[in-house]
Design a protein around this ligand. Structure first.
Ligand code: FPP
Length: 237
């Protein structure tokens, strides 16, 4: 039932979690990175096919430079420490988003992890860094030009290309932690028929149980893809 799902997560609430404890915001991100490990493992166990995590948006560059640097360091550390574990669990790592504004060393780490895990097939882990859905859609539209044969599927493929990814199907379930209920320029095209799941829990407190609860809630939803219930039954993944 949960097989072949594409789950996407907006990992929000790190800063507020830390401030509530009298800690600097970056302590929330450090704790959040631990949750990433927990949720990646829980997803693989649940048979999720693709997991896309929103780690750094194109608009996050506007945060204080110390916070930006801390986030970039955490990403780099994640790649260097977790790539081996991902290989062991056959999880393919893929960083989506722009690369032209990342440091050369981070780009090298990204390419290294992607190369080492390229053949892993149990789950596709996509981490969005310097990502903006609007930017990606614009880039893909430019690439498509005036192509008369442009279809939804072809455009999906173009988007994946622009994002340094490969076509992985639309998002089935979008989770946002931290209490806000918005998409924040994340996977706007891919979420056309996504089921939305919002929880007040901040990301550092989100765990395997909460992830499972989201999957259970998802399984209860009736997906109709704009059709009547009977006709849509065969569409669900
Ligand atoms: C949003 O919380 C979270 C982020 C901008 C960064 C997410 C990054 C991580 C979870 C850690 C690094 C990621 C990986 C993959 C190792 P916020 O800071 O906006 O929280 P707030 O809304 O409470 O201020």
């Amino acid at each position: 039932m949960m097989q072949n799902l594409h789950v996407a997560i907006i990992m929000d609430g790190n800063g507020r979690w830390a401030l509530h404890r009298g800690l600097p915001r970056t302590a929330g991100h450090v704790e959040g990175a631990k949750t990433v490990n927990t949720v990646v493992e829980a997803s693989a166990r649940a048979g999720v096919r693709t997991l896309t995590l929103y780690a750094f948006s194109a608009d996050n560059w506007a945060r204080p430079s110390a916070e930006v640097a801390a986030l970039m360091r955490l990403l780099r550390r994640y790649l260097t420490t977790e790539t081996r574990r991902c290989i062991e669990q056959s999880i393919r790592i893929n960083i989506i988003g722009r690369r032209d504004r990342l440091s050369a060393s981070l780009v090298r780490a990204i390419e290294h992890s992607e190369r080492l895990t390229a053949a892993c097939s149990r789950m596709h882990l996509r981490i969005a860094v310097d990502y903006s859905a609007q930017h990606s859609i614009l880039q893909a539209a430019r690439r498509a030009g005036s192509c008369a044969q442009l279809s939804t599927e072809v455009f999906h493929g173009l988007l994946a290309e622009v994002d340094h990814s490969s076509p992985c199907g639309p998002v089935d379930l979008l989770i946002r932690t931290g209490g806000e209920q918005r998409l924040s320029d994340f996977l706007l095209w891919e979420c056309a028929y996504a089921e939305l799941y919002f929880t007040a829990r901040p990301w550092p407190e989100f765990g395997a149980e909460e992830f499972q609860a989201a999957l259970v809630e998802f399984a209860r939803r009736q997906r109709r893809f704009g059709r009547l219930a009977d006709a849509a039954a065969g569409q669900a993944s």
